[in-house]
Design a protein around this ligand. Structure first.
Ligand code: WQD
Length: 335
């Protein structure tokens, strides 16, 4: 059985669907701080059976102890964490407590239960402002904000743990920019309030919830002056976790893998792709650069293919069409 912390969230829920598709038994632990309880009903539909669900916090050793006592957990996939860059600058203590302390509590509970397979949700943000692109796993790391630093600290905790106790199996999966939604339109990203990220914001402009998109900076050293990122469909990202588990069936150890497409698209590229999808203009205005933003970031995903036999399958058009379908569904679901 796989314990999915944060399994009611955006990436966690899509990974639950992919894992169920690979016949894994699932138990979700989520404190619902950034997700809604009815996601589990929609997961029941998509997974073919209702995943187990425990409402609780990864920082609670009592909740964790009960889970490992009552369920035959063999693997933990750890998605639970705060992830907003700007918010992390305003609330560093909360970010380090939730992200770093939460992970430490989880690892301690795993060790007490002799469960030593831990899949970590890391992020391309650990590369900071890359000196060159595409980015390989051995590229230098740095942090430009507490969110990114929490991911970097946890990566180092995991490396130290594996060095002391080599029997741990630990894939550290570095996500680039997850976007899109399950093709059913039943699950997707549910940002609370003003979306931080580009794609949900474009979707809300398209649906008429927002008047226009602010494009933060048009003077970057990129092909059109706007920021370039490696956008990856969230279901491709989810399949990357299944591939990592399959790898662990044959191999153990500590591995670090980029989960990206290897393609960089600018903000204007994304706006134009979305306009082609909905056949309507997306109004936008240029604004100043956003603090902490970098010019460009995209992956060299070759190690994921070499080690896991995985590569992203879905292109920009599907990222936009699935986002659009989900945005329309949100209006129906009153999300
Ligand atoms: C993408 C581009 C913005 C919003 C962050 C985290 C990363 C991951 C994804 C968690 C940039 C521009 C954005 C807007 C804009 N999070 N933009 N107007 O900052 O690359 O990555 O989110 O896992 O770890 O660092 O993503 O979508 O916020 O920004 O112009 O309203 O879109 O300047 O160039 P980012 P993003």
């Amino acid at each position: 059985m796989i314990l999915i912390t944060g399994g009611m969230g955006y990436i966690g829920s899509h990974t639950c669907v992919a894992l169920a598709g690979a016949a894994h038994e699932l138990l979700i632990l989520d404190n619902l701080s950034n997700s809604r309880i009815d996601v589990v009903n929609r997961l029941e539909t998509l997974c073919g059976k209702r995943p187990g669900f425990v409402e609780g916090d990864v920082r609670d050793p009592v909740v964790l102890g009960e889970i490992f006592e009552r369920h035959p957990i063999t693997t933990v996939m750890h998605f639970a964490g705060f992830k907003a860059v700007g918010e992390s600058v305003e609330r560093p203590l909360e970010y380090y407590d939730n992200n770093v302390n939460g992970t430490l509590q989880l690892l301690a509970a795993m060790r007490r239960a002799s469960v030593r397979t831990f899949v970590f949700s890391s992020s391309a943000t650990v590369y900071g402002d890359p000196a060159s692109v595409p980015i390989r796993e051995n590229s230098p790391r740095s942090a430009t904000n507490p969110y990114g630093r929490s991911k970097l600290i946890i990566e180092d905790i995991l490396a130290d743990l594996h060095c002391a106790e080599p029997e741990w199996n630990i894939p550290r999966l570095r996500y680039f920019n997850p976007v899109g939604a399950h093709e059913s339109g039943l699950i997707g990203e549910e940002p609370r309030g003003l979306p931080n990220n580009l794609m949900p914001f474009i979707g809300e402009v398209a649906i008429g919830k927002r008047e226009f998109l602010n494009i933060w900076g048009a003077d970057y050293p990129t092909h059109d002056g706007t920021g370039v990122r490696d956008y990856i469909h969230v279901t491709d990202l989810a399949e990357g976790h299944v591939a990592a588990l399959n790898y662990l069936n044959q191999n153990g150890g500590l591995i670090t893998i980029n989960l990206g497409t290897g393609k960089g698209y600018s903000v204007l590229d994304m706006v134009q792709a979305f306009e082609r999808t909905i056949h309507c203009p997306i109004p936008y205005e240029f604004g100043p650069r956003r603090a902490g933003d970098i010019a460009q970031c995209w992956a060299d995903p070759s190690l994921a293919y070499e080690l896991l036999g995985w590569k992203a399958q879905k292109g920009l058009e599907q990222m936009c069409s699935d986002t659009w379908r989900w945005q329309q569904q949100c209006r129906q679901l009153n999300i």
